[in-house]
Design a binder for this molecule. Sequence first.
Ligand code: NAP
Length: 244
Amino acid sequence: MTTTCLFGLIGYPLTHSFSPGYFARKFAVERIAARYEAFPLLEISGFKALLATQQLCGLNVTIPYKQAVMPLLTEVDAVALAIGAVNCISIKSGRTTGHNTDAAGFEKSLMPLLGRGHKRALVLGTGGAAKAVTYVLDKLNIPFLQVSRTKSKNTVTYDDVDTALIELHKIIINTTPLGMYPNVEAMPPLPYAAVGAGHLLYDLIYNPGETAFLAQGRERGATTKNGIEMLYLQAEESWAIWNS
Ligand code: NAP
């Protein structure tokens, strides 16, 4: 990597994005002569023009383009292909390669919390982040059940989640936006009374630091984890890919 590299983030809207501030601080503290800019794209069709007009070394991708960007890349690595979403793009000699660093961020932040009792997981939501989460659970050989607002062959609904299901699944992962600022009172509708000290409640949300979902777990003695470490880890994983 040259010392004048420009990195960036595509998505829409990008007004409250974490990455530009994170990388600005990182570059200042570590005295790295690089820049990181937000490139809000109203349409993914603007991606090619962005590549043509900016000398970019790498990009992050956020909502709503993690899937839409895939066919526009020279190649997509095996992990991102398996997940079906790209949140990091490396750019070398005009070739664009898609990667998924959400999965690595989730895996590294989850691993230290896993104990012998954490054998099965309930995954709340079926969106982009849930795809990275279920990829990691598969990789770790942790069986999971996905909970969705809509019943399907592979999912149950919130009405199906009873005390027995909560007791059976000692890991509960919230990948829905329920409880995210400013709707901080919201939480997934679960029979929380069945949560106990043996549970691990993981929320991908990082604002607020403790969601109503995590508070339900903490009040019952469960281990709880918010999404901030995953966020930092996926950013550092992107940085490692851009420098590899
Ligand atoms: P997404 O693609 O929009 O998916 C969210 C899923 O949540 C939906 O597919 C939906 O599943 C469910 N959902 C949406 N609205 C809901 C509601 N009102 N009630 C119940 N369920 C609802 O979003 P995403 O990209 O997966 O992101 C989800 C969350 O993860 C966001 O809060 C995001 O900030 C966070 N995230 C954090 C990190 C991190 O590094 N910490 C990384 C990525 C994402 P069903 O239709 O099946 O119910």
